[in-house]
Design a protein around this ligand. Structure first.
Ligand code: FES
Ligand code: FES
Length: 160
């Protein structure tokens, strides 16, 4: 069944006809070519497909496209500004917070939410906040360092 939806994705408005069975993951990757949204387990376990839905992290593999009607979706592509990396992405690069990079877009989106939500946080808070995002390469240490550095950027006003 085709369903009409109105939605905003990465600050842009869309009127779309979607198959009611299409996941948000498939809509973003296959129809809208937003390839930062990675396909991992497709059962809500790995976090590789994480995007923000109305400002909160969700596994896009568990959301059906009609559910984004009237909603706002943000992916890593939407964090870019005038072709520049977001300060959070810069912190990930500067702190070598990735190896294969498969988990990275999901990590970035969850981290963006956490940094925007918390006034302050400990390493333990970060570990807990990231528990839905699995990384098989880095051991998480550099990811945690990157998040701490990104928070400093935010506190210094270098953020959007
Ligand atoms: S692909 Fe969605 S949680 Fe793994
Ligand atoms: S960098 Fe390879 S899974 Fe995280």
């Amino acid at each position: 069944m085709q369903v009409p939806i109105n939605t905003r994705i990465n600050q842009r408005s869309y009127e779309l006809e979607v198959d009611a069975r299409t996941t948000l993951l498939d809509l973003l990757r296959e129809k809208l070519d937003l390839k930062s949204v990675h396909r991992g387990c497709e059962e809500g376990e790995c976090g590789a497909c994480t995007v923000l839905l109305n400002g909160k992290p969700v596994c896009s593999c568990l959301v059906l496209s009609p559910q984004i009607n009237g909603a706002e979706v943000l992916t890593v592509e939407g964090l870019m500004k005038d072709g520049n990396m977001h300060p959070l992405m810069k912190a990930f690069v500067e702190n070598y917070a990735m190896q294969c990079g498969y988990c990275t877009p999901g990590m970035v989106m969850t981290s963006y939410y956490l940094i925007n939500t918390w006034d302050d946080f400990t390493e333990e808070d970060i570990r807990k906040g990231l528990e839905g995002n699995l990384c098989r390469c880095t051991g998480y240490t550099n990811i945690i360092r990157a998040i701490r550095e990104a928070k400093k950027y935010k506190d210094a006003g270098y953020w959007w």
